[in-house]
Design a protein. Structure first.
Length: 268
């Protein structure tokens, strides 16, 4: 049941991403920033529950929501973490200074980025603190690459305002250091709590690739239809490279495994 729901949600999310990608040429029905975030968060939660179990998923979501909200609230009030900014009223009701949808949006991005980084860093031994920290840093970099493409567009759309502007399409450099810190803290905390627990095995191997495909679709969306040409290049290398490496690694690994299985059958 959960797996079928995940397939349905990824189909809806993919449609909405592609609708954004072709918007310069064709206008398709969409459901707005908040509606899309809810669909994407539900996909991430359901997919994670299938692979990791409901209890571990609840911990992951709670860690992500709590840390991201606390740091966002501190960031808006002090300007210390990400730079001086504030949210407009376009994202719905707020809890304190932060729209309620924002901690959900963090998990929306955190989960697919975690899956991409998991493929890129799967050769790293997670038994040591150094190994877990390295994986958390790689995942934080993968997700911050996403924000490098997303933040300028959402800033231009007025979803939030940088009060002193910044050197990168109006976004301060400090914002990206804050993103690396926030996501590293979330991934590192999760890695400590889940150390030693294995991912559930599922019959449909293609199912586990869905978050990586969604990350890749987002990269394509920005490469194809970003209204700032320079950001198309940023998307190509910042998001396109990790997506390409992850998908290629998965494909080649399966090819090797398939060839190995065929050789064994021939030998027997």
């Amino acid at each position: 049941m959960l797996k079928k729901m995940a397939w349905l949600l990824v189909a809806i999310a993919s449609y909405l991403i592609l609708a954004d990608a072709i918007e310069p040429w064709v206008h398709l029905p969409k459901i707005g920033h908040v509606g899309f975030t809810i669909v994407f968060v539900l996909f991430s939660l359901v997919h994670c529950a299938v692979l990791e179990g409901q209890k571990r998923t609840a911990y992951f979501f709670a860690i992500s929501a709590f840390i991201s909200y606390v740091l966002e609230e501190a960031g808006v009030r002090t300007g210390f973490i990400y730079g001086h900014y504030h949210y407009n009223n376009m994202l719905g009701p707020k809890l304190g200074s932060v729209p309620i949808i924002i901690p959900l949006a963090w998990f929306m991005m955190i989960y697919p980025s975690w899956r991409v980084a998991g493929v890129l860093a799967r050769s790293i031994n997670s038994d040591s603190l150094l190994g877990r920290s390295t994986k958390a840093l790689i995942a934080a970099m993968v997700m911050t690459a996403w924000d490098m493409v997303m933040d300028p567009g959402n800033t231009a759309a007025g979803l939030w305002v940088w009060e002193q502007g910044g050197i990168y399409f109006g976004v301060p450099r400090q914002n990206y250091l804050g993103w690396i810190f926030t996501t590293f803290l979330i991934y590192w905390t999760m890695s400590i709590l889940s150390h030693g627990k294995q991912q559930r095995a599922i019959a449909d191997r293609g199912f586990s690739v869905l978050p990586i495909i969604v990350y890749a679709l987002y990269a394509v969306r920005y490469i194809a239809a970003d209204r700032v040409p320079a950001l198309q290049l940023v998307a190509l290398f910042a998001m396109g490279m990790p997506a390409l490496l992850a998908l290629t690694s998965i494909y080649l690994t399966r090819q090797i495994n398939t060839a190995g299985t065929s050789d064994k059958r021939t030998a027997s």
